[in-house]
Design a protein around this ligand. Sequence first.
Ligand code: 8YV
Length: 313
Amino acid sequence: MSKPEVLMTGPYPTWDMEDLDSRYVIHRLWESKDRDAFLAEHADSVRAIATRGELGASADLMKRLPKLEIVSCYGVGTDAIDLRFARENGIHVTNTPDVLTEDVADLGMALLLAAARQIPAGDAHVRDGQWVKGNMHLTTRVCGKRVGVVGMGRIGTAFARRAAAFDCTLSYFARTPKPDLPYAFVGDLVALARQSDFLVVTLAGGEGTRGIVSGEVIDALGPDGIFVNISRGTTVDEAALLDALEQGRIRGAGLDVFLNEPAIDPRFARLQNTVLQPHHGSGTVETRQAMGKLVRDNLAAHFSGAPLLTPVA
Ligand code: 8YV
């Protein structure tokens, strides 16, 4: 039997590519010189898209593939996939929940610690020979502080567990209160920011959360506040965040996600009070191996007629 044909929107690590290449005919969209011609050439044979969280699958892309049966996403966030189009056209969608939760939460904690304790500045102080001239300036304590978590799903919960181990007091904003959790629900984001020393965003991206962290929320965090984002750049009014950071209206930020990744606003690079990461929350070998395996297992299940492991509702 001929191998099913899969369109990939961007590369995966070698260990996944080798396995995918052995099971499927892989069409590498990112290598094509003429995207339209490439899609037209394979339109009648592609049955699956293997994509990544940030690359997604637009309605426009799916429309061009009339034999498309499944979109398998290497990432938990499906905000870049047109889920409505997929649903209306009977196209299955899978993602990679759970396997990345702990690593993303780890990076959230690392960003909070790095921004508050100014780890990059300390590193530069040692490296650049400033230490022999004098001690580094003092920084901000993390343990015991008030942390507001925006979004209390899998990643928010894992982050809160870590912050609780640092003796922080936790409150959170979510669509609905989670009575099983020992943290205070605050249904108003401005109020949450006002009562928090640190605000940590773990929300899902997409239209429902676009710009939810507004300029007003950022101002409510105040001049001693530190902002951390491990969700999507879209959840924040980025222009307002940049203004607040530049003007010292908040103390600092630890950011893994931005608008227009990877060509982010150059204003970020000029800030001294931020710690920046290249959307790398899930970027460990362990997690990426688990994510790739889940994508491959979902595709294998689909093509063998077995139930999907992690279908997106
Ligand atoms: C990945 C992500 O960085 O899970 C997500 O939604 O954004 C990340 O884990 C991305 O999908 C890998 O390309």
